[in-house]
Write a protein that binds this ligand. Structure first.
Ligand code: PLP
Length: 394
């Protein structure tokens, strides 16, 4: 679906991938807030419904704004085709439900997003779909869990909130060897830092709500990947109805024009914060993929061009210290979101992951004192000063 991109760079494609202009010769893409489209005559309409032309029919199927966003994300991810959904979770769900049927089995990294876990653990079993969790840090053990009925590998890298990495080259080779669909949630890295399709991921999903919008405004999701897989995703989505609003597609397409400059700054600020926290006596450990102390630093350098906008660290003093720290923040926001211009701090053990058992949290690297920081675009010195004063160093 995406146009031949030729020698154009990432930044240029993010800005210039645009639908054809209308008769008004607008410079920037307008918004098509219309549920449906009209036809000049019955023949053309019949053709549209029987696949004889690419005319846009109805916004649950597609819309010029959604098409532009999909084309752009395909171009940035190196994917062939895609579909835009109302939220990241709609994308995650559709990317699995479009393919899985009763009796099928999913191999999933244990460190997946909370609602992805609920789909696998609480919803899919109702429809006879089973799963096995595997250790994100030990991909060489995954093959032993593949069964004849395994159809898909689901993973996120870096993981939330522990920033554990999965070797995409090995995951791609494993999926290929066993004829499985590799489904990668690339939300944390964005296509600016990491492109899973290049390693053989047939499906790449996004919560566009996070870094793609980057300004905490609207919800949305994307599924991009190999054309023959997206064909099935499109069928599933057209008839089950998780379509993205054209208004949100317009917002996201605009947001992506600045993805590269925003991610450069988010990553630089995050690296600076990670370094400052590493020097604090009140911090036990800092996790940031491009910090040399990260246990998977070599892998991070190989598959991510920069370290991303999330820093995790462990406070000394566990849960009580975590609560005290949050209550003392003055600038940074307490919110469960991430990927915003505003720096957001969360304490997973008492909030997003509080419903898990202690051992379940530890299995995905969430210790009682772990804090996640989504580093924003404020001046990094102001963010560092706020975190250090909240830690008790100010
Ligand atoms: C937020 C998030 C989702 C869910 O996206 P929504 O847009 O909130 O539905 C899925 N995966 C990851 C990694 C996320 O961070």
């Amino acid at each position: 679906m995406s146009e031949p991109t030729g020698p154009l760079h990432f930044e240029t494609r993010a800005v210039r991938e645009q639908m054809e202009r209308t008769g008004y010769r607008e410079h920037s893409m307008p918004m098509f807030l219309t549920s449906s489209f009209v036809f000049p005559g019955p023949e053309r309409m019949e053709e549209a419904f029987t696949g004889g032309n690419d005319d846009i029919i109805y916004t649950r199927y597609n819309n010029p704004n959604n098409d532009e966003l999909i084309r752009k994300v395909c171009s940035l991810e190196g994917a062939e085709d895609g579909f835009a959904t109302a939220s990241g979770m709609a994308a995650v769900f559709a990317s699995m439900a479009a393919f899985l049927e009763a009796g099928d089995h999913v191999l999933a990294s244990r460190a997946v997003f909370g609602s992805t876990h609920q789909i696998l653990a609480s919803l899919f079993p109702r429809w006879g779909i089973s799963y096995t969790y595997v250790d994100p840090l030990d991909i060489d053990t995954w093959e032993a869990h593949i069964r004849p009925e395994t159809k898909m590998i689901v993973l996120e890298t870096p993981s939330n909130p522990g920033l554990q990495l999965i070797d995409l080259e090995k995951a791609g080779a494993l999926a290929d060897k066993h004829g499985l669909i590799l489904n990668v949630d690339n939300c944390f890295a964005t296509p600016y830092l990491q492109r899973p399709a290049a390693y053989g991921a047939g499906l790449v999903v996004h919560s566009a709500t996070k870094w793609m919008d980057g300004q905490g405004r609207v919800l949305g999701g994307l599924i991009v990947g190999k054309a023959e897989l997206i064909e099935q995703v499109r069928f599933f989505c057209r008839h089950t109805g998780p379509a993205m609003s054209p208004f949100h597609a317009w917002v996201f397409s605009k947001s992506l024009e600045t993805l590269a400059v925003r991610m450069e700054r988010h990553c630089a600020n995050a690296l600076q914060l990670a370094g400052a926290l590493e020097n604090s006596a009140l911090v036990e450990r800092v996790f940031y993929p491009h910090l040399p102390s990260h246990p998977q630093y070599e892998l991070a350098k190989r598959q991510m061009s920069m370290g991303g906008g999330i820093v995790a660290f462990e406070l000394k003093g566990g849960l009580p210290a975590g609560r005290r720290f949050l209550s003392r923040l003055k600038l940074c926001s307490l919110s469960s979101n991430l990927g915003d211009t505003r720096t957001i701090v969360t304490h997973p053990a008492s909030t997003t992951h509080s419903k898990l058992k202690e051992e379940e949290r530890l299995a995905v690297g969430i210790t009682p004192g772990m804090v996640r920081v989504s580093v924003g675009l404020e001046h990094p010195e102001d963010v560092i000063a706020d975190l250090l004063q909240a830690l008790g160093e100010g």
